[in-house]
Design a protein around this ligand. Structure first.
Ligand code: OGA
Ligand code: MN
Length: 202
């Protein structure tokens, strides 16, 4: 796993974002996706909000539904996922001195057609979010399914602002600095599943 963590950090340092394609195994992707569907079937998901007050703005900004992971009531698969995140946090703290102390993660479902407009992940009133982490739970995702994560890379060294897009492939992890990179979720033609979270200072 350490080489996976290392490639994510190398990506962040050199490009501003890191991607690892095997953060989760195909089996972990399938079991976490089933857990997600069970929770959703049990009515545990809520429309996601915006900002500290979690205002719901009627799907004009974001159309996903979320469920926060709770360590105390986590299933074995969820506990294993959070354990992997703990290892990543320990690795980041050893190599980057970001002083990460806490994290928060939620499941997210984007129904077909749902999107999340261009935004920054850090609330004005809460600067503790240091790294954004997104882990996709979509088996057999095709480019033509849409749902790409678009990341806007700021102007630097003669390069103007430009956009890169990432397909939400099952098992893939994407990580970037929460306060630095604006990004957007493009609409998909099928349901798009993920676990998204933030690594925070205390
Ligand atoms: C978010 C977000 C990106 C994605 O939840 O804040 O930007 O690819 N998610 O799901
Ligand atoms: Mn975001």
């Amino acid at each position: 796993m350490n080489t996976v963590f290392e490639s994510v950090i190398d990506g962040i340092v050199s490009e501003g974002y890191g991607i690892a394609d095997n953060f989760l195994t195909p089996e972990e992707v399938t079991t976490l996706a089933s857990r997600l569907r069970e929770h959703r079937g049990a009515g545990q998901f809520r429309a996601a909000g915006i900002g500290n007050q979690q205002k719901i703005v009627q799907h004009t900004i974001r159309g996903d539904e979320i469920l926060w992971l709770d360590e105390a009531s986590a299933t074995p698969e969820e506990t294993a996922f959070l354990h992997r995140i703990n290892e990543f946090v320990a690795y980041v703290n050893q190599t980057c001195y970001l002083g990460l102390r806490e994290y928060e993660f939620h499941y997210a479902v984007y129904p077909p057609g749902a999107f999340y407009k261009r935004h920054l992940d850090r609330f004005r009133s809460d600067s503790r979010r240091k790294l954004s982490v997104i882990c996709y739970l979509n088996s057999d995702w095709l480019e033509t399914d849409g749902g790409q994560l678009a990341i806007y890379l700021p102007e630097a060294e003669g390069q103007s602002e430009h956009q890169i897009t990432v397909n939400p492939l099952g098992g893939r992890l994407v990580c970037f600095e929460s306060g630095r990179l604006e990004h957007e979720v493009l609409p998909a033609t099928r349901e798009r599943l993920s676990i998204t979270g933030w690594l925070k200072t205390g």
